[in-house]
Every structure is written in structure tokens, then in C-alpha cells.
Design a protein around this ligand. Structure first.
Ligand code: BEZ
Length: 188
């Protein structure tokens, strides 16, 4: 799959027939809310976990020195906490471009904190996209994050803002917090 997924998302899943949809944010959508929304609620999705396994050439890195940003990996029994936003479908004109580097969107079941459910739209970069990096040793991933910077700012800032936002949500994401600890340590 090519880097640019804008047209692919629009063809695969046109949303014009809907007024609003729930968008589930698990990464930058939690701390960089540059889109209109009608309400937001803490929510979780089951059988997915957040991982810094996607390369960023356009936001938090460059083609020469790519950064690492999060995607979702399917794993039975796991869950991922995030923020659900009810958004007018026009916001996807903006978000499909913002998240064009390998992310495809689709609907998945979501559970709100009070136990009620709805389908939420998520952006996921799977391993068949050209920017996918996959797993590596934590120290190596933290070092890569420490080094990279792109048009949206330093990759380190992305990790630190995400970790702060997850703490504010009451989430304990061991993968994110371990990378944060390594980033802040002298050892990488
Ligand atoms: C998110 O924060 O949900 C998100 C992460 C990566 C790409 C697009 C959205």
C-alpha cells in the first residue's frame, strides 16, 4: 500500500450520507484536537493495543530520519483506552489528510465508561503499509524517538504529550510509559 491513503479512505468508506460519527482517538487525536466536535467521552476498544510501530515521515520525522508514532495492533484479550469524539463528517476532509501516511479508517465496537456501546471510527496503520516499521527493542525505539523531528515538531514531544494525556485519562499503558521513561533517562 502506498504512503498516501487519502483517496483510498474516501473510496473505501464514504461518509457523506451520515451527519455525525463517533471517532475513537488513541494517539495524537487525544492531545491534538484541531477539529470540530459535538461531545467527547472516554472510551475503550477491545482486542487492540497501542504500539509505536508506525513510521512518521510527514509529521514527527522526515524521509531521511523517520519518527515513530502509534498505531493499533490486534491482540485477543487486550484493550486500548482513548477518547471518543462525536464529529460532523466534514472533519474527515481534514483528518484524512492529516493522517494520510498509511492509516486506513474503519468502524469498530467501542465501550464508554458507563458501559454503553457504539461503533467508533479508528485510523489504523497495518503492517502492509509502506511507512510501517514494526517492533524493535524498547531502547532502540526510544532512541529513534529522541532523534527524530518533523514539520509537526519533535517526535519526543509527541511521546511526552501522549503519555501525559493517558495519565490524565487514568490509563496505564505500559508500552507508552516505558518508552517515556527511557526517553527521559540518560541511558539511551
Ligand atoms: C489517533 O489518535 O487515534 C490516531 C492515531 C494515528 C493516526 C490517526 C489517528
Amino acid at each position: 500500500m502506498s504512503f498516501n491513503t487519502v483517496e483510498l479512505n474516501r473510496q473505501r468508506q464514504p461518509l457523506e450520507h451520515m451527519d455525525t460519527v463517533w471517532l475513537f482517538g488513541y494517539g495524537s487525536l487525544i492531545f491534538k484536537v484541531d477539529f470540530e466536535y459535538l461531545e467527547s467521552r472516554t472510551a475503550s476498544i477491545q482486542n487492540w493495543e497501542r504500539r509505536f510501530w508506525q513510521g512518521s515521515h510527514d509529521h514527527r520525522g522526515t524521509y531521511e530520519v523517520p519518527g515513530r508514532v502509534v498505531t493499533l495492533i490486534e491482540r485477543e484479550g487486550s484493550h486500548c483506552k482513548g477518547v471518543a469524539y462525536r464529529v460532523p463528517t466534514e472533519v474527515f476532509d481534514h483528518l484524512d489528510v492529516r493522517e494520510k501516511n498509511g492509516y486506513l479508517r474503519f468502524f469498530t465496537p467501542m465501550t464508554f465508561e458507563d458501559g454503553s456501546k457504539a461503533d467508533g471510527l479508528v485510523y489504523v496503520a497495518s503492517e502492509d503499509n509502506a511507512a510501517y516499521l514494526g517492533p524493535d527493542k524498547d531502547e532502540k525505539m526510544a532512541r529513534q524517538i529522541a532523534m527524530a523531528s518533523g514539520p509537526s515538531g519533535p517526535n519526543a514531544e509527541y511521546l511526552l504529550k501522549l503519555a501525559d494525556a493517558l495519565r490524565a485519562l487514568g490509563d496505564h499503558d505500559e508500552h507508552v510509559f516505558r518508552l517515556e521513561t527511557l526517553l527521559k533517562s540518560e541511558s539511551i
